[in-house]
Ligand binder design. Structure first.
Ligand code: NAD
Ligand code: WQD
Length: 342
């Protein structure tokens, strides 16, 4: 079977979705994107099209939980595969609004599956998360390690993976590639596209950019008493363009094996909060003041991918280093201090 050529992207205006749109347009795919803009802006599409110098085939504002609306889109476009980004992603918010998280993330996924099945579309790349591993003392996490979600966000992603695996088992025409992203950061090197969420929780990288820019006085480091080399939390940061590239490569691999397959997307190297702070400061040539406070509730000490499976199976590995992640995040911040709100 040839690789799919018309792709439905849910959550296409979001951080990872918009970068993936650029990558897929650059490689000749036709794209139909849907988003409810609950955490994004349709402006992202203008930027995508400007960078790629190509148009998306169509964009729709809709909630993926609305099966009828998704079905109408599939009536109008002959779609080969779906890349499913749409969902809610803030861990802290999920502790306050568990029902919303289960409803959007699980309900959105089953609604989408129903619409896909009605239209004979059976291939999906699913956005999963390293957060499903929870607290662990393993240095490198492999796909075979147990899931131990510690919050409703992570539990919703794990539930989706289980549902998708079961659907693939019982309905062999389905093929799902679930990608467990570690910590996607950075921005498109043009500076036109980056992370521009609507409020909500701020992750470490965008926080560093806010401080470097003077919008905030200092970074709060959440805990320096972890069992890590410098006591601060260690994560596996991966450039968002590498994540986007991995989706393009995934679309070429539905036929490798039946059923659902799971892959970690990380670089396989841990970086502490203080290390990232130092690289970011060096990159932008500014001092980044910080204060140390208590651990953030729900945080784990260390999450680093064993990235070998994806490299082995697809011959693909991330190539952009920490300096590129910081440089691109900083460029986006400088060119878009208000995100897409300007
Ligand atoms: P994002 O919030 O920027 O993008 C998600 C998009 O989905 C947004 O544009 C939002 O408006 C849209 N959306 C939300 N609910 C919707 C609904 N019911 N119907 C239609 N659209 C809806 O987040 P992101 O960082 O681009 O993440 C994309 C996916 O990857 C998410 O599923 C997230 O859980 C997952 N993920 C993200 C990270 C990360 O650190 N960014 C890590 C692991 C997994
Ligand atoms: C990174 C490190 C913090 C902010 C989240 C989700 C995870 C996945 C990726 C979706 C931690 C520390 C942070 C700050 C800090 N997303 N920190 N000061 O929590 O690793 O992962 O995004 O699936 O599920 O949980 O990312 O960037 O918030 O934190 O010290 O102001 O930086 O404690 O050690 P996190 P993060």
């Amino acid at each position: 079977m040839p690789a799919p050529s018309t792709i439905l992207i849910t959550g296409g205006a979001g951080f990872i979705g918009s970068h993936t749109c650029v990558e897929l347009l650059d490689h000749g795919y036709s794209l139909v994107a849907v988003d409810d803009y609950s955490n994004s802006s349709p402006q992202a599409y203008s930027r995508v099209q400007r960078i790629a110098d190509r148009f998306l085939s169509a964009v729709y504002r809709l909630d993926v939980r609305n099966t009828r609306a998704v079905s109408d889109v599939l009536d109008h476009h002959s779609v080969d595969a779906v890349v499913h980004f749409a969902g809610k992603k803030a861990v802290g918010e999920s502790m306050r609004k568990p029902i919303e998280y289960y409803d959007t993330n699980i309900g959105g996924t089953t609604s989408l599956l129903r619409a896909m099945d009605e239209h004979g579309v059976h291939q999906m790349v699913f956005s999963s998360s390293c957060s499903i591993y929870g607290e662990t003392d393993k240095a490198l996490l492999s796909e075979q390690d147990p899931a131990r979600p510690t919050n409703p966000y992570a539990a919703s992603k794990w539930a989706c993976e289980q549902i998708l695996a079961d659907v693939c088992r019982l309905r062999p025409e389905f093929r799902v590639l679930s990608l467990r992203y570690f910590n996607p950061v950075g921005a498109h090197p043009s500076g036109l596209l980056g992370e521009s969420p609507r409020g909500g929780e701020v992750n470490l990288m965008p926080r560093l950019a806010q401080v470097a820019d003077g919008e905030r006085k200092s970074v709060t480091v959440y805990g320096d008493d972890y069992a890590t080399p410098d006591g601060t939390g260690v994560r596996d940061y991966i450039h968002v363009m590498d994540v986007a590239e991995a989706h393009r490569v995934a679309l070429e691999h539905f036929d490798d094996a039946p059923g659902m397959r799971v892959f970690n997307l990380g670089v396989g190297e841990g970086t502490s909060v203080l290390e990232l702070l130092a690289v970011f400061g060096e990159t932008c040539g500014r001092d980044i003041p910080y204060t140390v406070e208590d651990r953030r509730p729900g945080d784990v000490s260390e999450l680093v991918a064993d990235p070998r499976e994806v490299a082995h199976e697809w011959g693909w590995r991330p190539t952009r280093d920490l300096a590129a992640m910081c440089r691109d995040a900083w460029r986006f911040r400088q060119l878009n201090p208000l995100g897409y709100a300007d």
